[in-house]
Design a protein around this ligand. Structure first.
Ligand SMILES: C[S@@+](CC[C@H](N)C(=O)[O-])C[C@H]1O[C@@H](n2cnc3c(N)ncnc32)[C@H](O)[C@@H]1O
Length: 373
């Protein structure tokens, strides 16, 4: 069943496209030359917007709480939100340039899972997001204040501030279902989970023997509090700790976990900044064989950057698997608009792999380079 209702964002939320408390800038002064004054003016000029929500459908991926907490509200019943619009033409607007950074994997992996409640999906574990949010609110977590901003705006998306990574969006479940039935080859691949949020797509790649997996999210807090813990929970850390008392054996096994996790790298920041960081971080950057991206095309303002990112980072023989709703009410993005955008650029060709026609229609598409030479 799908419910929809409208409400208006409060003024203070829309005025929060400014540097955040932790000094992680939404507009990096060192990069200002790449954003024209008029664009910055336009960003500040966001109009009051109307949002429309839908409740995700039930999905076949059952959630079983492993800890004592109630099952997460975020995956089953939370509200999908389409965020703000403005008075500019689509594709003219630029997202805020939140600086990209790489997140180191903590040495003490057990600490990553401290105060977390783990839930299970078939073959996967993930953090209960309600618990994560409650703790972040309680502890008045320094840095990105996205949880309280998201609460006070009743919104899972605040353009340029919080881009929705603190919940598992519906298309991720479509992706997971697709992975179980389609023979998507992941072993030996270099994979990027772009706009990863929970990171479940990258985790599947990790579990299925991908050579290297990179996770990117807009918000640094999402990477630290959700993505990284999810990856750690899905590594063999727990099994290894429960087996074998021999210290040598244990040490050896632990190093195996560390080795496994070395295949993963974690990044936060806006897409063009991420691109710049990753391309400059390695002399000979090896492009991705597979880019997985779920529910990242809701905002047409980001299409240009997203397209450029895919263009720069995908191997010439690689492919993008992208899942999206048909339309995101309120923001205006959706699969048809995005496909039209891609067609006009004439760089990629797209192919529809699956249409999920229950509730809000959803699509899974493949993108490959049109001209490979
Ligand atoms: C709606 S969430 C989807 C999260 C996750 N893929 C899922 O399906 O559950 C959109 C994701 O795209 C990322 N994102 C959106 N716009 C972005 C931008 N302009 N730059 C960087 N990341 C962005 C956010 O980090 C966010 O996690």
């Amino acid at each position: 069943m799908t419910f929809q209702f409208n409400f208006t964002i409060e003024d203070h939320v829309e005025n929060e496209l400014t540097p955040l408390e932790d000094g992680a800038l939404t507009l990096d002064s060192s990069k200002e030359s790449s954003v024209s004054e008029s664009q910055k003016g336009k960003q500040r000029d966001k109009k009051r917007s109307t949002e429309q929500f839908d409740l995700p459908q039930d999905h076949s991926w059952e959630h079983n709480s492993v800890g004592n907490a109630a099952p997460s509200q975020d995956t089953d019943n939370s509200l999908d939100t389409a965020s703000s619009s403005s008075n500019l033409e689509p594709h003219e607007k630029q997202p805020c340039l939140r600086v990209a950074k790489e997140h180191a994997i903590p040495k003490d992996l057990k600490k990553v899972l401290e105060n977390k409640v783990i839930e299970t999906l078939p073959g996967l574990q993930h953090m209960n997001i309600s618990v994560v949010k409650t703790i972040l609110l309680k502890e008045n977590f320094p840095g990105e204040n996205i949880v309280s901003k998201s609460f006070s705006s009743h919104s899972d998306l605040i353009t340029g501030v919080y881009e929705g990574g603190l919940k598992i969006w519906e298309c991720t479940f479509d992706f997971l279902a697709y992975f179980t039935k389609a023979k998507v080859k992941l072993a030996g691949k270099k994979v990027l989970d772009l706009g990863c949020g929970s990171g479940l797509l990258g985790i599947i790649a990790f579990k299925r023997g991908a050579k290297e997996i990179h996770f990117q999210d807009y918000n640094s807090m999402v990477i630290d509090e959700v993505t990284l813990p999810n990856v750690v929970a899905n590594s063999s850390l727990e099994d290894e700790e429960n087996s074998g008392n021999e210290p040598d054996v244990k040490r050896c096994r632990k190093s195996k976990v560390a080795q496994e996790l070395c295949k993963c790298r974690f990044f936060s920041g806006e897409w063009s900044e991420f691109c710049e960081l990753i391309l400059s971080s390695e002399k000979l950057f090896e492009k991705y064989d597979l880019i997985l991206t779920s529910e990242t095309i809701y905002n047409p303002d980001y299409y240009s950057t997203l397209h450029q990112t895919l263009h720069s980072l995908l191997d010439k023989n690689g492919r993008v698997l992208l899942a999206s709703k048909a339309h995101y009410f309120g923001v205006g993005g959706g699969i048809h608009l995005f496909q039209k955008f891609v067609e006009e650029r004439d760089v990629f060709e797209t192919r529809t792999l699956e249409i999920i026609d229950e509730g809000l229609k959803r699509f899974l598409i493949e993108m490959t380079f049109k001209y490979r030479s």
